[in-house]
Ligand binder design. Structure first.
Ligand code: NAD
Ligand code: TYD
Length: 354
């Protein structure tokens, strides 16, 4: 697939993971035309893509995946060969406050996008691909031992994971019922640059820097399996080009950490970088009320992706975390714009007023 010309729609390309995927594809495949379709919700930030926005093989289209008519018009305009679907509501805490927003975007939005693909590709499915990017959270919560494999039954427990699980089922339903060529991956927690500071790692970095309390839910004993976002983008590239149609792949770093241990590690890294006495930042740790239905542990078995397609993570967590802290310290403007809401003016300045 990689040596031929392709026109690919990447949805959610202005978000955290999507921007890394867009950048990787735009740079690696100059003969592909990458169209980034994003509604620019609070999580979409075109500043994430400043470095590639003038690339000749990149186009931004503002739009909502739920708007079937508008997406259909884009299919007519660009004649897409493939869709890489990342657009979603992605934050568990927000899903607890407003579950229906997650049903709308993640379930209805995905089903709507699948429908547009089916209608546009139905007479020539050959060579087309709908790649659905999903999460390990659909598998539910593990106890102290064990891993999620591709065969683990779905057992979502938050409105976020329930909506993602539902979207995964629609993807497979379109494969079985309409023979839509699909592939899917379920990835563990990502970290890295351009991560919206509502999620654990960027929130802690920002609060440590500003001497704000570090809110640890419950006892901080929950475990997540962390993967550097650029390794996830590479996995998506690998699966997009080499994955088997109709199949799914788990993506993870074999890298489990208790929340408390991450927060302590970040405090130690940042004490050094900010020239604070050792132990100073850890004084900011504050235990707060636990998240309702808080999943205890996620851990991905990514053996299949390694064995069948040869992908493996490139970075050790400690190294990746240092790189991430450095990025946040060196990109104060990005953090300031995100926390002040200024970044939402960027679209108007860049795309509307010109
Ligand atoms: P994000 O919240 O940072 O970005 C989501 C993007 O989707 C934003 O740019 C937003 O504007 C856009 N969007 C939201 N609703 C839309 C709509 N209705 N129409 C068009 N665009 C819309 O999310 P992320 O963390 O980058 O996650 C991307 C995908 O990867 C999601 O599908 C998520 O479920 C999945 N995932 C995330 C993680 C993680 O650790 N963040 C792990 C595994 C899988
Ligand atoms: P998060 O980054 O929201 O990802 P997810 O819930 O999708 O795994 O949270 C990661 C873990 O950190 C999760 O166990 C909840 C916990 N957490 C805190 O303890 N404090 C916080 O302020 C946040 C945002 C998360």
């Amino acid at each position: 697939m990689s040596s031929t010309t392709k026109t690919i729609m990447i949805t959610g390309g202005a978000g955290f993971i999507g921007s890394h995927v867009v950048r990787l594809f735009v740079r690696t495949y100059p003969h592909y035309h990458i169209v980034n379709l994003d509604a620019l919700t609070y999580a979409g930030n075109l500043e994430n893509l400043r470095d590639i926005e003038s690339a000749p093989n990149y186009t931004f289209e503002k739009g909502d995946i739920m708007d079937e008519k508008a997406i259909h018009a884009l299919f007519e305009k660009y004649q897409f060969d493939a869709v890489i679907h990342l657009a979603a509501e992605s934050h568990v805490d927000r899903s607890i406050l407003d579950p229906l927003a997650f049903v709308r975007t993640n379930v209805l939005g995905t089903a709507s996008l699948l429908n547009v693909c089916r209608n546009n590709w139905k007479d020539h499915m050959e060579g087309k691909l709908f790649y659905h990017v999903s999460t390990d959270e659909v598998y539910g919560s593990l106890g102290e031992v064990g891993f999620f494999t591709e065969e683990t039954p779905y057992d979502p427990r938050s409105p976020y994971s329930a909506s993602k699980a539902s979207s995964d089922h629609f993807v497979m339903a379109y494969f079985h019922t309409y023979h839509l060529p699909v592939v899917m991956s379920n990835c563990s927690n990502n970290y890295g640059s351009h991560h919206f500071p509502e999620k654990l790692i960027p929130l802690m970095i920002n609060n440590i820097k500003n001497n704000q309390p570090l809110p640890v839910y419950g006892k901080g004993a929950n475990v997540r399996d962390w993967l550097w976002v650029e390794d996830h983008a590479r996995a998506i590239d690998t699966i997009f080009h080499k994955g088997k149609v109709g199949d799914k792949y788990n993506v993870g770093g074999f890298n489990e950490w208790k929340n408390m241990d991450i927060v302590h590690l970040l405090c130690r890294i940042m004490d050094k970088k900010l020239g604070r006495p050792e132990g100073e930042s850890a004084k900011l740790i504050t235990f707060v009320k636990d998240r309702p239905g808080h999943d205890l542990r996620y851990a991905i078995d990514a053996t299949k992706l390694n064995r069948e397609l040869g992908w493996k993570p490139s970075l050790q967590f400690e190294e990746g975390l240092e790189k991430t802290v450095d990025w946040y310290l060196q990109n104060e403007d990005w953090v300031r714009d995100v926390t002040s809401g200024n970044y939402q003016k960027y679209y108007d300045e860049q795309y509307v007023k010109r």
